[in-house]
Design a protein around this ligand. Structure first.
Ligand code: FES
Length: 193
């Protein structure tokens, strides 16, 4: 009796499974994606920006920070760019404006002419002097030297030194790898603050 009932139930379920498998369903189809429409609608409610449309406005991208008008932010950037442009670039010195200065390398016991587009380290190396250096980019003090006569900025211009503070420059210290002469002077190499 039990086996017959189980068999009958199994047969009914099998028939139902086959029926639903081959049935055509409700013919429901998903509607069109409405997310783009929502993005467009939200975009219309926030200010115009220079970023790509319209997702940027929908997610708040490109919003101007409170209290900083876009015009002022742009002006700051321009100022920074100008400052950079005004930095000293020895390679930009035209050939007919190259000047030579007499530099006495005290410890090496010689005075040589150094052009204003040549740094003090390379000028000394051209003489085969074994001068100290490391980064050659003004970012350490390995190449340090001293102008005993006074304020270094009266005698050299640095191309991007990042190590000497105002007081050390006033004491006459230079970073020879990025120091270019603007006057004649005496230099003690291998001197650091
Ligand atoms: S070698 Fe590093 S600052 Fe000159």
């Amino acid at each position: 009796m039990v086996n017959e009932a189980g068999f009958a139930l199994g047969a009914v379920l099998t028939v139902l499974a086959v029926f639903f498998h081959f049935s055509r369903g409700t013919r429901w189809r998903p509607g069109e994606d409405i997310s783009q429409e929502i993005l467009d609608r939200r975009a219309e409610t926030v200010p115009e920006t220079e970023f790509a449309e319209p997702g940027n406005r929908a997610i708040g991208g490109g919003a101007v920070p409170a209290g900083v008008p876009a015009g002022e932010a742009g002006a700051e950037l321009e100022e920074g760019e100008v400052e950079e442009e005004e930095g000293f670039d020895p390679e930009a010195i035209p050939e007919d404006e190259v000047e030579y200065h007499e530099i006495e390398y005290v410890k090496e016991g010689e005075t040589i002419e150094v052009a204003n587009d040549e740094n003090l380290l390379e000028a000394g190396e051209d003489e085969d002097w074994d001068l100290p250096y490391s980064c050659r980019q003004g970012q350490c003090v390995s190449c340090g030297g001293l102008i005993p006569d006074g304020n270094a900025e009266d005698y050299v211009i640095h191309d991007g030194q990042e190590m000497l503070d105002e007081g050390e420059l006033e004491d006459g210290y230079v970073l020879t790898c990025v120091a270019y002469p603007t006057e004649s002077f005496s230099l003690e190499t291998g001197e650091t603050p």
